[in-house]
Design a protein around this ligand. Structure first.
Ligand code: ARG
Length: 588
């Protein structure tokens, strides 16, 4: 058991001794936000007192009298309105480092009840280049999947690519009448993008083109062999592009079940929803309206217009009989439930899809009321990436910024930084450092802000060796590894007992202990930025420790104990960064 769990268990026993009928599940011990008051604290007693109309400080006093934590704590104090603050003994802190040092889990424990979690992320569209916005869904979804996995959950990652829909009508016309084969050979995505733009512009000028596109689409949907073959070719070419980028990012998926996979199921979904009275016909289309179960403010099928609540239905079948994005997502969720029986399904997309997912989840609950408590669904949304001018990030000519180009530029900028800093290392090595630093910097810049706020894309900031950046953390890691190279000690010669006395040693060690609590918060709230802040603080604690506590110049147990802190810090940095999908290097 981790230290805070031991404290929690003892606290629960003390509460049970004072209030035999109290629910204990919510009684928790957490790191103290302000370390001047203690290392850990609980605010649970105040809630218990409130429910029972007791005086919270009195309850805290009674619980404290029954609390047996002397093995681990120097003292426990009642504070404020009824907090208990725990201060750890250095011996307990040292003891808590032993198991991780010997190769046990690094300050985290596996979930007591493992869950099956489906993570739907990245999901780019076929025949289009992956653009800078795709880094968001890809980096966030990948980091969350990795954290869930480490905590012992069964994770299923699924790339729900956009490989079906009206754009193929236009693309088919383009392919049949305007294809430049040489260009397709050179740059398939560029050529498909050109075709799409051309025919789209044509269709705006000429209604006949629009009608032709509609017919091509109908033929595709009816299984016309020629159209199917072209469509398959477009998917194949796009997948090559996706795979190249995923390879560079180190991201993999368990499944890539695109929208087209669900096509055969759509009719049945519409039919079932209609039969159940959840969907109804409205002006030739089939829609889901509000059932009035929710207050208007929370009802995704209502919208406020001119001071009044008006219907805002979800369309699941268009007037021409075609299904759409919402229908596909309903079929997708039904499939996931049927096949994987997940406890949780999370969707990582842009904040602009919030209404879509609120409607999707609401329809799902009406369709499967019994599953509401069995399968949690969540939309993990994010804000936009802005340029330095505060407007959506675009190229100088106003085009969307391609993700592949961003990664290449990140690497070449990182190469310049590395060359300046370490001209002595070989070019091949500098290229490798540049790859790891460049991709790491782009991912970290995306993961470290609160995902729901917009952030400004800044090369200077993300590649800086100072501040909350990937290069800073990667550099901190490499610096610790160099201490080991200089000292000549390997991890196997590290001691079994050690002592920590200096305040900076103790704060570093205490921060290490909270790694797992941070990961649990990342998983509970779908927020990898908590892990970024944690790692940045860890590097800060390490820098202060390294400044005030000489490692290689010290001797005996002191030297060994400090090397233990170096070793564990480097392991947590490495593990933490790898959860963010970021690599480290022994030398930079
Ligand atoms: N392809 C969609 C887009 O580019 C994202 C799909 C997200 N996943 C889902 N199940 N709807 O916006």
């Amino acid at each position: 058991m981790r230290l805070h769990q031991e404290l929690e268990a003892r606290l629960r026993s003390a509460v049970a001794a004072v209030l035999p009928d109290a629910p204990l599940a919510g009684v928790a011990v957490r790191p103290c936000p302000d370390t001047r008051f203690g290392d850990y604290q609980t605010n649970s007693l105040m809630a218990l007192a409130k429910e029972r109309k007791m005086n919270p400080r009195q309850l805290a006093t009674d619980v404290l009298a029954k609390l047996e934590v002397a093995e681990w704590c120097e003292g426990v104090e009642i504070a404020g309105a009824g907090f208990l603050n725990f201060r750890l003994k250095p011996s307990a802190i040292c003891h808590a480092l032993l198991d991780p040092l010997r190769g046990g889990p690094l300050f985290f424990s596996l979930a007591a009840v493992p869950r099956t979690v489906v993570v739907d992320f990245s999901s780019p569209n076929v025949a289009k280049p992956m653009h800078i916005g795709h880094i968001r869904s890809t980096a966030l979804g990948d980091a969350l999947s990795r954290v869930f996995r480490l905590l012992g959950h069964r994770v299923i990652t699924d790339n729900h690519i956009g490989d079906w829909g009206t754009q193929f009508g236009l693309l088919l016309i383009g392919w049949k009448s305007h294809l430049d084969s040489a260009a397709l050979e050179r740059d398939p995505i560029g050529e498909m993008e050109r075709l799409y733009k051309k025919v789209n512009a044509d269709s705006e000028a000429d209604p006949q083109v629009r009608e032709n596109a509609r017919q091509e689409l109908v033929k595709l949907q009816a299984g016309d062999p020629e159209n199917l073959a072209i469509w398959r070719r477009m998917i194949e070419l796009s997948q090559v592009q996706f795979d190249t980028i995923y390879h560079r990012l180190g991201v993999t998926f368990d499944h890539t079940l695109g929208e087209s996979f669900y096509n055969p199921r759509l009719k049945a979904v519409v039919q079932e929803l209609t039969e159940k009275g959840i969907a109804q016909e409205s002006r030739g289309a089939i829609c889901v309206f509000s059932d009035g179960a929710l207050p208007p403010k929370e009802d995704p099928f209502l919208i406020q217009k001119d001071g009044e609540w008006q219907p805002n239905p979800a369309l699941i079948q268009k007037g021409d009989g075609a299904a759409n994005y919402a229908t596909t997502d309903l079929a997708t969720l039904a499939y996931r439930w049927e096949v994987w029986k997940p406890d949780e399904v999370i969707y990582v997309t842009d904040g602009r899809q919030q209404l879509h997912f609120r409607q999707l989840f609401a329809i799902w609950r009406r369709w499967h009321p019994g599953l509401a408590d069995r399968m949690r669904v969540a939309h993990v949304w994010f804000g936009s990436i802005l340029g330095e001018d505060g407007k959506p990030f675009k190229t100088r000519s106003g085009e969307t910024v391609k993700l592949g180009e961003v990664l290449t530029e990140a690497e070449s900028r990182a190469f310049e930084v590395v060359t300046q800093k370490s001209p002595e290392i070989s070019e091949a090595e500098r290229r490798e450092v540049a790859r790891v630093v460049g991709t790491g910097a782009v991912k970290y810049a995306d993961l470290s802000p609160n995902r729901q706020s917009d952030y400004v894309f800044s090369w200077e900031k993300m590649l800086s060796l100072q501040g909350n950046t990937a290069p800073y953390l990667q550099y901190a890691f490499a610096r610790i590894r160099s201490i080991f190279r200089k000292s000549g000690v390997g991890i196997h010669s590290l001691p079994a007992t050690f002592t920590l006395t200096h305040a900076d040693e103790l704060s570093l060690a205490k921060h290490l202990l909270t790694f797992g609590i941070t990961l649990e918060a990342v998983a509970a709230e779908y927020r990898p930025n908590y892990l970024c802040s944690y790692l940045y603080e860890l590097a800060g604690h390490f820098a202060r420790f390294y400044e005030s506590c000489p490692v290689l110049k010290s001797e005996g147990v002191e030297r060994e104990s400090r090397l233990v802190l170096c070793e564990l810090t480097s392991r947590v940095l490495k593990q933490g960064l790898s959860l963010l999908g970021i690599e480290v290097l022994e030398q930079m």
